[in-house]
Design a protein around this ligand. Structure first.
Ligand code: PEP
Ligand code: MN
Length: 262
């Protein structure tokens, strides 16, 4: 990690919103973008709670090829039109090199998923764009490997980076992943970049998402990304870890209080 700048990075979104260390941001939305009604409902919920960044996948890295794999560009365009009208920013996962350009006009932040953290050609391509990139820690990736992945993008010329701890695979199988809370203070110490925690994939169990999110904030997270759904039981992916709107509202309020206390 030789190339990091000393001063905290300030990542400016289109409307002047900032992502940085010591500036709290919330990103929330469904695992997958599914249809117009779902997007309308989520946007209304985010606006109500003053959450400005919406997450959602249109290209989904599913373990099984028979699972729902996303609506693709058509879904992204539909989502973009609605989000833009509501003043909501979009973060979505980019899976391959060709999608970097395809998605460019319709997104605010590229998400590199845990399965693509070491897709070095993708990282090279993201080094050439002038939009922020959030890199998730690899499923079995070390903190150092995450830092090197960030350096791929950084050394390519794109310094607008966000790091995300989303849990790693361990011997523990009562939870989906093991959220490595240690990574948060370590990443903040080792870089000037905003660090976001993903409690949804970190634990994978709806009722435990909130305490893990709060722990992440107390450990120093500059942002939280989490999954919600208007009807989690019917979600096409990750319903078991997606919050109901009422739970989401309660968690947002607690997260903001926790950040104030930190
Ligand atoms: C997601 O954000 O829905 C996702 C697939 O996350 P990860 O890459 O961390 O598994
Ligand atoms: Mn998911």
């Amino acid at each position: 990690s030789k190339k990091w700048k000393v001063n905290p990075a300030e990542i400016k979104l289109r409307d002047g919103d900032i992502l940085s260390q010591n500036h709290f941001n919330i990103m929330a939305g469904p695992c997958s973008i599914e249809n117009e009604d779902q997007v309308d409902a989520v946007i209304a919920h985010l606006v109500e709670n003053n959450v400005k960044i919406m997450r959602g996948g249109v290209y989904k890295p599913r373990s099984s090829p028979y699972s729902f794999r996303g609506l693709g560009m058509e879904g992204l365009k539909m989502w973009h039109d609605k989000a833009k009208a509501a003043g909501i920013k979009i973060i979505t996962e980019v899976m391959q090199v060709s999608q970097v350009e395809e998605m460019y006009d319709f997104i605010d932040i590229y998400q590199v998923g845990a399965r693509n953290t070491q897709n070095f050609n993708l990282l090279d391509e993201l080094g050439k764009v002038d939009k922020p990139v959030m890199i998730k820690r690899g499923v079995s990736g070390t903190i150092e490997e995450l830092l090197y992945s960030a350096e791929y993008v950084f050394s390519g010329g794109n310094e607008d980076l966000i790091l995300c701890e989303r849990g790693i695979r361990t011997f523990e199988n009562m939870t989906r992943n093991t959220l490595d809370i240690n990574a948060i203070p370590v990443l903040k110490d080792r870089t000037h970049l905003p660090v976001v925690v993903d409690p949804s994939h970190g634990i994978g169990i709806r009722k435990h998402v909130e305490p893990v999110a709060l722990a992440g904030i107390m450990a120093g997270a500059d942002g939280v990304i989490y999954e919600l759904h208007p009807d989690p039981e019917k979600a096409m992916s990750d319903g078991q870890q997606s919050l109901y709107f009422a739970e989401s509202t309660a968690m947002v309020n607690k997260m903001r209080k926790a950040y104030e206390l930190r």
